[in-house]
Design a protein around this ligand. Structure first.
Ligand code: PMP
Length: 379
């Protein structure tokens, strides 16, 4: 067995740059470890506690309170914990809000994931794609003067952070009178998000706030009045709201881990403003490495639209990229291969990835450049 294959099976948990499921805080993992055997306040394994127990009712209540507190969310929002991932929301949103005679909802096509959202929405409903970044290879987001929102649209939909390309909106889009719906799966609770300006936000847990299995959905009460009630029970937001996220057996374990992460955000980090400062520092450190590399590392997107979560870049040849990934793996860095849709390299630096881990990666990247730049035909 080669040295690199041995290391690859034992990467350092601190150096997990995976696009998702991503790194979780060490202190949370330690509590999870204990809870698998016994949740301290219950005496039972978290894997065997009923979703109808008082304990779980309290878990849901505290988690809801924590999310409201972290985002400063008004009381006129419902907070739901649903299954089916973000993908389920791609369909549930248009199914619930559109019917045969509605005006088309407006969607922005800014990358791989919004492409999936649009594909699903078109299966059930009449929607309009008002902008696409396809001609520029999803290397930038729209400028304001390229967007012409209709005041009659039932809603607009966009993805706040394109996980694959590493594009992130640093502003809120749309008209205030038209409901805004946003997939925040890959930047939820990584920074403040002006949640009150959105009619519906959804975000799966497995990037910044927990394991796969649960998706957080925030819905402004007013929007619920416009939602259809003739859908299958599970897909009907009214039912989910009425049942307090307990319409059928919810993913108790995943929800509990999300609770632990929100406690970590509040008690150990000090809130989402502080989290944003840390995340910005991490992203700046990594982008500086790209910018100082004289074109050896080439960012996938234009600077103003750079993501604070996913840093996607290329080297000057496929061969160099292959070497980079092999050496990175041997050095204990995990999850750096770009998404299968675009290749290249992607370092995802979600909440639980530390500044130290990013600094170590930059050290590795600087060293790799020194050793390989003669092969890059740049110098
Ligand atoms: N939206 C975004 C922004 C994503 O990054 C992903 C997955 N990486 C999805 C949606 C799909 O999520 P899920 O697998 O939970 O359906």
């Amino acid at each position: 067995m080669s040295h690199s294959s041995i290391v690859s099976t034992n990467p350092n948990n601190q150096f997990n740059f995976s696009g998702g499921p991503g790194a979780l805080p060490e202190s949370v993992l330690l509590q999870v470890q204990e809870a698998i055997i016994r949740v301290p306040e219950v005496g039972l394994s978290v894997l065997g506690i009923s979703h109808r127990s008082d304990w779980f009712t309290q878990v849901i209540a505290e988690l809801e309170t924590n999310i409201r507190r972290l985002l400063g969310l008004s009381s006129n929002y419902h907070v739901l914990f649903l299954q089916g991932g973000a993908t389920q929301q791609f369909s549930m949103v248009p199914m619930s809000l559109l019917h045969e005679k509605s005006q088309p909802a407006e969607y922005l096509h800014t990358g791989y994931w919004s492409g999936k959202v649009i594909h699903e929405a078109k299966r059930t409903s009449h929607i309009r794609e008002i902008w696409t970044g396809e001609p520029n290879g999803f290397s930038r987001l729209p400028f304001d003067d390229e967007l012409n929102f209709s005041p009659y649209a039932p809603y607009i939909h966009y993805v706040s952070n394109e996980t694959v390309e590493g594009l992130q909106f640093h502003r809120v889009l749309g008209l205030d009178d038209v409901p805004r719906i946003c997939d925040m799966s890959s930047d939820f609770l990584s920074k403040p998000c002006e949640a009150d300006r959105f009619a519906l936000i959804y975000a799966h847990a497995q990037k910044n706030i927990g394991p796969a299995g649960v998706t957080v959905v925030l819905i402004r009460d007013e929007l619920v009045n416009y939602m259809r009630t003739d859908l299958p029970g599970f897909l009907d937001y009214h039912n989910q709201i009425q049942a307090h996220s307990n319409f059928n057996t919810p993913p108790v374990f995943a929800i509990y881990v999300v609770l632990l992460v929100t406690r970590w955000l509040i008690n150990e980090i000090g809130g989402v403003e502080r989290m944003a400062e840390l995340n910005t520092h991490k992203a700046r450190t990594l982008y500086q490495c790209l910018d100082n590399s004289d074109g050896f590392y080439r960012g996938h997107v234009i600077k103003p639209d750079r993501s604070m979560m996913n840093v996607s870049f290329n080297l000057t040849s496929l061969e160099l990229e292959k070497n980079f990934l092999t050496e990175a793996q041997s050095a204990g860095f995990f999850g750096l291969a770009g998404h299968r849709a675009i290749g290249g390299i992607r370092a995802s630096i979600y909440n639980a990835v530390s500044l130290t881990a990013v600094e170590k990666l930059v050290e590795f990247m600087d060293d790799f450049q020194l050793r390989h730049q003669h092969k890059s035909h740049l110098k």
